[in-house]
Each structure stands twice: as structure tokens, then as C-alpha cells.
Design a protein around this ligand. Sequence first.
Ligand code: PSV
Ligand code: MN
Length: 426
Amino acid sequence: MKIKQNQIQDTNKINLQSHQEKFDFLSNSLIKTGTDVQSIVNKLKDFQVAIPSWALGAGGTRFGRFGFYGEPSNLEEKIDDIGVLHSLTQTAGAVSLHIPWDIPSDYAAIKEKADALSIKFDAVNSNTFQDQKDAAESYKYGSLSNTSKAVREQAIQHNLDVIKIGDKLGSKALTVWLADGSCFPGQNNFQTAFQNTQDSLIDIYKGLPDDWKMLVEYKPYEPNFYSTVIQDWGASLMLANGCGDKAYTLVDLGHHLPNSNIEQIVSILQLKGKLGGFHFNDSKYGDDDLTVGSIKPYALFLIFNELVYGMENNPQNPDLAWMIDASHNVKDPLEDLIQSLEAIQEAYAKALLIDQKALKAAQLENDVVKCQEILQGAYRTDVRPLLAEARLKAGGALSPIEAYRSLNVRSQLITERGKHTVATGL
Ligand code: PSV
Ligand code: MN
């Protein structure tokens, strides 16, 4: 299934005039306040978010999983699905592979397919949280932190293999997320587990090509329920610092205890030049993996305010690896991802509207009310015409969900692939 340019242009025809009116109205009022509208539209056009190869099928919980029909059953079909997302939104120009779920069988062919759809290979993700068939050692009691040297060595080797796979595809980063931890007090020695993890990460780091980054993800709990070895950004940063300059912390929005001030974490990591990547999702209770912006859109905006500040003021911090890390239990995965992409762009656009000079002046005067007025003035602006304009300029759909539905994408995928296909992933 491939969406053609003329199909998108046809669907745009219906909304073109009303878009033009809304865009003109908004840009005229923004220009009056001194906003450079074109530069915001261009920034939105350039902002690309990777789609994880494991998020194109139905997710599920330990209680069950409900399929969506027409799911991609191999990597080629997953790339096709990302191609659909990218042609409609023009913001999904990258894929993040999870190994071993998505090892390419033919590297040249998969690269050619991705190139044809303008999709790049972003960070590659290792998996030492599940045992693989025929594996000599088990990760039941941890991987890089395990008390057994043989288990640690197997997990280190897996990460080195993942780097080799990513290298063949043009990836430039390895993301390490560990499920390691303990379920009961006394089960683990915290210090031994941490030190083993540090030593193992150093061994992986030694195999990292010069132009690569290592991104260390943290998470407070799950699947272990008493302790997690890399439980928070502090632990991740210590481990990254222990490895070297090419190792960074990766922030996943769902990996925080309730009410954590994620925007502050993001801000300080950028100040220290140590924020390497970002996983988007939303949550109400824990690592819920819900659609980005569906629960706490204001928190997302505040995070983007810090990200924009960092991108403009912290040259010591590298470009970030952006990825959606969500799961789709009740929505069509592709529609859900379109909504997430839109929410990310919306928060970014609103953050770009913040008058940074005025905010700084208000902060210097300790004018707390004005600071809030400035932030919320930007947040309350309906920026959707800016997003639509950026998509239009890039050749995307004015209204991606509407276009996805009117082009009957899901039913075509079902016709092509059948009903009961299952995508690899969680
Ligand atoms: C863990 O919850 C996580 O967020 C990590 O990023 C993994 O790579 C991903 O989910 C899928 O397992
Ligand atoms: Mn994640």
C-alpha cells in the first residue's frame, strides 16, 4: 500500500479554502505581535519523529490483546506503514528498530525501500528483557546487571550485535533499556547490580563506532516491582558519565513516578549536554503508553518549552533522537500514531510561540503573573493552521486522519494482508 501524491492533493482540495482562511487569519494576528510565522512553519516542516518498529500492530496487556486486522507481519510491511504515515503527515521520516524483533533479512532491499519512502533508520534498540528461543542464558534475573558473568556476557554481545545491524542501515545510536531489577527486598544487592551494569555498559561502549551515541533509558518500575537498576535520570546520567562523551540519558515520558517535573529534568540534562533522546507517549497512572497529548497536553507543552530553549541556547547538547513509544490497545495503530504526531507538532508550535525575551524580562522582574500570562498566551493559541500549512508545503495532507479514512487505508491493508496477521513486538 503506497499513497500517491495526487491522492493526497485530491483529499486536500475539499479543505484548501477553509485552511487558507484560517492560516491567513492566524498568521496576520501573529505577525502583528512580531512573530516570524514562516520560520515556525519551516521548523515544523523539518521536525521528524521516528516510529518504533514495534508500534505498528496492536499492543495489549497481560490480560489480552485485540488485533486490528491487516497488521504488518514483516519489516517490509512495517516500513510500508511508516511510508503511509509519512506521506500523510510528513513528520514520520524515520524508523527505530527493535532487535531481535525486526532483524532485516535483506539489508540492501530494506534500505532501498526505506530510501524510496524518505525514511531514515534512527536509533536501534536492544532487547535483553525477553529470553530468545535457543538462547544459552536466561534474563529472568537480569541481563547487564546479572550476578552471572555468562549472562552478562551474552547481554553485552547482543548489544554489540545490535550495533552491527544498525551500522549496516545507517543508524547512529544504540538505545539501551533494561528491565533489570528485583521484585522483592533482599533479592538483589543494589551496589553489585549497579556496578555490574556500569561495567557491562562500558564494554558495549567500547564497541560503539566513533560517530555513534549510546542512549541510556531509565524507568522506575515494571516489569520489576520492588527495584529497577536504572530507576531514574540520576542513575542513567551516572552510568552515561561512567561510559564517556558519547553516552547520554534518554527520557521516556512514561518512565516517571506521578507528578515528576519532567520539564525540569529535560532542562538540566540539556544544560549539562547530556540529553540524547526522547520517547513520546502519555499516561495517567504509569507507563501507560497512551497517545501523546491525550492526557496531559499542558505538561507536554511545558516540556517543549524547555526543549526549544535548550535547542536554542545549549549548543553543548547534541541533536536529539525523537521517537514515539506508545502502544495501541483500542485504536487503529496508524490513526493513533497520526494523533501522536499531531500532538507533538502542536506542543512544539506552541512552545515556539513563547516570547522568550518577554519571558526573560518578566523573570528578572519577578513578575510571576506576567510569566504565566506569557506561557499560557502561547498555550491557548490554536496553532493547528500552522501545522496544516507545514504539511501542505511538504506535500502532506491538510487533515491526515480525514485523508487516511477517505482513502480507506485500513481496508486496503486488510485486502492486501488478510485479517489475522500479527506484528512482532510486545
Ligand atoms: C520500556 O518500557 C520501553 O519504553 C523501552 O523504550 C523499550 O525499548 C520499549 O518500551 C519497548 O519495549
Ligand atoms: Mn521507551
